[in-house]
Design a protein around this ligand. Structure first.
Ligand SMILES: NC(=O)c1ccc[n+]([C@@H]2O[C@H](COP(=O)([O-])OP(=O)(O)OC[C@H]3O[C@@H](n4cnc5c(N)ncnc54)[C@H](O)[C@@H]3O)[C@@H](O)[C@H]2O)c1
Length: 423
């Protein structure tokens, strides 16, 4: 179910059709859909945290004739902090291309609606994942090109919504680049090409790892509402970020899907929470597990072993991918050399496509499929059940609260327990 197969056409026809749609959009730039070569491209940042700030900087350092002109965040201090970092950046190319007036700064739950009323050409979307499908749908509706961070969603209902929006973007000629930056990293790109050309023969199996430590745990500050706390201490709550298999391990699973030519057919997974319940402050660690291991089955019976965990620093850490073929093996990046920061390259690639200097680009469905690969692993592990791709993708599982409000309670979820219920 790669981009080509979901579009139901061959790769070549798909590329041609998409390029035609894209040039139509570029020609109609007066509508604000896209900018031609000579125009300054206006960028808006939605979600002004660590990565959003980084992504905006990467966009400005990699491109000229581009300006950051609008910003939006649910929390005012996040926006203020981010603007300070970008406008005061040491690289003059970054700071001089940042021009966000007070009227172009939007704060609150509805801030996404406000930034979409402006005349920006591109939205950089870097909120925490839970709200991504709703926002991406609105951004496409508003006719903006998109850079969006991964993961695309946290549940199958969100994934279907994200996929529908990405397909609509294609119809409207709107480009989408996703934050799976390995896809823009030369060592991976060159190695993948060689693997597809048969460098290690037929691929027989794969291994993917994100074995590290918990990225952070933030104590609740006095006076914080439930919502503010959940959004600040987001590495504790499944509805905000999907658990670590979805938020981090997606990068490695995306490489496996790339090597295998599409997402898996089945998964059989397991995992748990070995240390968090031993801590003095269980509420601060929310409902997430701290390890998963999955056996994914792809076409032709090829299996991928996947592992991710948040364990102590002293444990052997590994963030890596590997494939084994009939004639050898590869780390998926050992047959190429990096030339540029992929976090910058992805914004150069997006702008080149928006300007019509490169073919139309839309990575939306592909990123959603890699996110779904991770979600399906989580679903299998949390329930203890083997799952097919169709069962997982078509599930009604929806874990994001319907209403966002600083006045509401957001109780901590129960830690999933797939074991016997009555012991
Ligand atoms: N590609 C990568 O290597 C990479 C690296 C780090 C993070 N990320 C991704 O970037 C995203 C953000 O991560 P981060 O580390 O910057 O988190 P963060 O908490 O620092 O930033 C998230 C921002 O989104 C804002 N936000 C949350 N809900 C919102 C809403 N409804 N409307 C508007 N703003 C909202 C928060 O207030 C915050 O400022 C995550 O999806 C993460 O997975 C990707």
């Amino acid at each position: 179910m790669s981009d080509q197969s979901t579009a139901g056409v061959s790769r070549r026809t798909f590329a041609k059709a998409s390029a035609a749609v894209a040039s139509a959009a570029i020609l109609s730039s007066k509508s604000g859909v896209a900018a031609t070569n000579g125009e300054t491209i206006k960028v808006g940042l939605l979600g002004c945290g660590g990565r959003g700030t980084g992504a905006a900087i990467n966009c400005l350092e990699g491109n000229t004739n581009v300006k950051l002109v609008a910003m939006a965040d649910i929390l005012d201090y996040q926006l203020a902090d981010s603007l300070k970092k970008i406008s005061g950046h040491g690289n003059k190319q970054v700071s001089s291309q940042c021009d966000v007036s007070p009227e172009m700064q939007f704060v609150g739950v509805e801030s996404y609606k406000e930034i979409l009323k402006t005349d920006v050409d591109i939205i950089i979307h870097a909120t925490t994942p839970y709200i991504r499908p709703l926002h991406i749908e609105a951004i496409v509706e508003a006719g903006k090109h998109i850079f969006t961070e991964k993961p695309s969603a946290v549940d199958p209902v969100g994934i279907r919504r994200f996929i529908a929006a990405a397909k609509k973007a294609e119809k409207k000629g709107l480009c989408i680049v996703t934050g799976t930056q390995r896809r823009h990293q030369k060592s991976y790109v060159d190695t993948m090409k060689k693997l597809q050309d048969g460098a290690i023969g037929d691929i027989l199996s794969g291994q993917a790892y994100w074995n590290g430590t918990l990225p952070f745990m933030r104590e609740r500050k006095p006076g914080m509402s439930d919502l503010e706390d959940r959004l600040k201490n987001w590495y504790a709550h499944c509805w905000v970020m999907g658990d670590n298999i979805v938020e981090q391990h997606i990068h490695n699973l995306d490489i496996m899907n790339w090597a295998m030519g599409g997402p898996p057919k089945k998964v059989y997974a397991s995992g748990g929470r070995v240390w968090k319940h031993l801590t003095k402050n269980p509420e601060r660690y929310g409902d997430l597990w701290d390890h998963f291991s999955c056996d994914y089955e792809y076409d032709n019976g090829v299996h991928v072993t996947s592992m991710c965990r948040h364990w102590a620093r002293e444990c052997t850490q590994r963030v890596a991918e590997n494939v084994v073929g009939t004639k050898g093996s590869s780390t998926c990046r050992d047959m190429g050399k990096d030339d540029r920061n992929p976090y910058v390259q992805e914004h150069m690639d997006l702008l080149a496509a928006v300007r019509g200097e490169a073919p139309y680009i839309n990575e939306g469905v592909r990123c959603a499929e890699s996110t779904m690969t991770a979600i399906m692993g989580r679903m299998s592990a949390y329930t203890g059940m083997e799952l097919t791709w169709e069962e997982a993708l078509n599930s009604d599982l929806s874990i994001v609260p319907e209403v966002l409000s600083f006045d509401m309670k957001y109780p901590v979820g129960e830690v999933p327990n797939p074991g016997p219920k009555n012991v």
